[in-house]
Ligand binder design. Structure first.
Ligand SMILES: CC(C)(COP(=O)(O)OP(=O)(O)OC[C@H]1O[C@@H](n2cnc3c(N)ncnc32)[C@H](O)[C@@H]1OP(=O)(O)O)[C@@H](O)C(=O)NCCC(=O)NCCS
Length: 192
């Protein structure tokens, strides 16, 4: 019996999820999140090639043994001018920073049959923990990503991401979004 057909299993909790780095013996062929590019990445050799070429690190997310999602991260950055409309970044005009160092979420997906059950939010909480650690050890202020649809923008907004400067992005299919890791240090730390 799978967890979703188990009548006892009504609510997904964070403790039920496990996060495991992609390895070639974990290759899958039938992951379906509803987005062809994100499916193809995981269902083909692309994910293994990314690992081999050090282009990103992919984490597989399991719910009681069933693959329910994945995400890929790598170091990234965001041009300062893209966030100059944001108050917290105008506080330090003396800082000579052209680009804010960041953790980039290159891919993020939840299996279609598990949408709207809070798994994306729990995965994001995990990514934020990774980003904080990465930020402390290597220096990173932001988490950045490119949202590819209106629904994705709604999801990322609901977990605390903001859009970068509108004028610079007009006409683009993808929208750059960012999360300021400083938000996790204050009273907002549990808002995700
Ligand atoms: C976007 C995605 C990762 C969200 O994952 P999820 O597990 O379904 O999201 P959650 O259940 O944690 O949703 C958290 C909140 O985000 C918002 N949200 C999530 N999906 C949404 C949608 N399709 N439309 C509007 N708001 C949405 C809601 O506010 C939701 O809270 P609620 O269900 O209590 O209203 C998932 O839909 C997905 O994998 N989509 C296809 C791939 C994709 O678009 N990835 C992003 C590429 S940039």
């Amino acid at each position: 019996m799978t967890v979703d057909s188990d009548p006892e299993f009504t609510k997904v909790s964070e403790d039920d999820l496990s996060f495991e780095p992609f390895t070639e013996n974990k290759q899958v062929r039938d992951f379906d999140c509803g987005d062809k590019d994100l499916n193809d990445f995981l269902n083909t050799e692309e994910v293994a090639n990314y690992e081999r070429e050090n282009l990103g690190r992919t984490q597989m997310v399991y719910l009681k043994g069933e693959l329910v999602g994945y995400f890929t991260t790598s170091p990234g950055d965001l041009r300062r001018e893209k966030v100059k409309h944001v108050k917290s970044f105008t506080k330090y005009p003396h800082l000579e920073v052209e680009n804010f160092p960041a953790l980039l979420i290159g891919r993020f997906a939840v299996a279609k049959k598990w949408h709207r059950k809070g798994i994306g939010r729990m995965m994001m909480r995990h990514v934020m923990g990774m980003a904080q650690e990465f930020g402390e050890q290597r220096g990173a202020r932001l988490v950045v990503l490119n949202a590819t649809s209106k629904d994705a923008i709604k999801f990322y907004t609901s977990v605390g991401f903001a859009l970068t400067d509108e004028r610079k992005e007009r006409g683009r299919q993808q929208r750059t979004m960012f999360f300021d890791l400083r938000a996790l240090e204050g009273d907002d730390a549990n808002s995700l």
